[in-house]
Design a protein around this ligand. Structure first.
Ligand code: ISE
Length: 339
């Protein structure tokens, strides 16, 4: 079987992790090229893996030995690269968010529909996490009855010092926005943001923590605590309260350590620790889907568009202090309603 030749745009932390994954873990794939705006950084990675280096991401996309592209560059560059990949007829796995603005996401959706083929998958990795998949299975089985409330917690040990308050939504909460929509298979109708007491361990420009409230079409209320400088670890929780029971993720690692003095469950410290296996599954399923003609079951550009629309509405809610309605949009027949 011929292998899929993949190029990666962006050699920052997440990009390098994807490069390692494609090189060492994912089956049926050959890493052929990398790109980065920093020549020093990009060339170093290219030399390490013996692949070509392109300073311009678009050149990488156009290269003859690149069949598919992973985009892990800064958010503001996503749209131009995704649009170029669609133009060249190449599959693309784009890190979240699909693009920061609603207009750019719409352009991508329109270009993809016009091309007549689904080329784009968005990197909402949690959908590949075993515990979230089991949670969804349980909800879908109906054994716990209809879901009524979703309590989500998204705690980072720390965030980079360039974070400002809206980024708690556009960078962190966007995962809660996508995963809750996927779990409940429903669209949002409105949102509101409540500020917690601000921790002393952040800069003035970051009000941390916050609670993002979302309301779905059927009336499910979601409260997502986003706490960027929780200090003690990376802690992701989700608890679905249903009519006949409750389903939740276990938040700690799989092992229990017992010693003479204590019983303890180690906690994760970074999102890489917590979701490393989910990333591996995400990449393998993406490559496998391309091998059989690109029948993706992962997050589509429509899902990316809906997530950005919602996160932008949440930023409006944060800035205005008010409840913001989210207008209903018909999903084009080209896409499944919620992938
Ligand atoms: C980061 O940007 C991510 O994408 C992680 O998945 C997320 O959990 C984290 O909070 C963000 O800072």
């Amino acid at each position: 079987m011929s292998t899929l030749r993949v190029g990666v745009i962006g050699c920052g932390a997440i990009g390098r992790d994807h490069i390692r994954r494609l090189h060492d873990v994912t089956k049926g794939v050959t890493l052929t090229a990398v790109s980065d705006i920093s020549v020093k950084n990009g060339e170093k990675t290219a030399n390490q893996y013996h692949v070509s280096f392109y300073r311009d991401g678009k050149e990488l996309i156009r290269a003859n030995d690149v069949d598919a592209v992973v985009i892990a560059s800064i958010d503001e560059t996503h749209a131009e690269f995704v649009l170029e990949a669609i133009k060249c007829g190449k599959y693309v796995l784009c890190e979240k968010p699909l693009a920061p603005t609603i207009d750019e996401c719409r352009q991508i959706v329109d270009a993809e529909i016009k091309s007549g083929k689904q080329y784009v998958q968005v990197g909402f990795t949690r959908r590949y996490d075993n515990s979230y998949r089991k949670l969804k299975e349980e909800l879908t089985s109906g054994r716990c009855g209809e879901p009524l409330l979703l309590h989500c917690r998204h705690r980072n040990a720390f965030l980079a010092d360039y974070y400002v308050t809206p980024m708690l939504i556009t960078n962190c909460c966007i995962h809660e926005i996508d995963i809750s929509r996927w779990l409940l298979e429903e669209e949002y109708v409105g949102c509101q943001v409540v500020l917690g007491r601000k921790t002393q361990y952040t800069e003035d420009k970051l009000h941390d923590p916050i609670i993002v409230m979302l309301k779905t079409e059927s009336g499910v209320s979601i409260d997502a605590e986003i706490f960027g400088n929780a200090k003690y670890g990376y802690d992701i929780r989700c608890e679905a309260v249903c009519e006949l029971g409750e389903v939740s993720l276990t938040s700690m690692s799989d092992i229990l350590v017992c010693t003479e003095k204590e019983r303890r469950r180690p906690i994760h410290h970074t999102w890489e620790d917590r979701f490393i296996e989910a990333y591996d599954v995400e990449f393998q399923e993406w490559v496998d889907a391309i091998a059989v003609g690109g029948k993706f079951n992962g997050p589509s550009s429509w899902d990316g568009y809906m997530a950005t629309r919602t996160s932008n509405a949440c930023v409006k809610a944060l800035e205005s202090g008010r409840y913001i309605e989210i207008e209903k949009l018909e999903c084009p027949a080209f896409y499944s309603k919620i992938n």
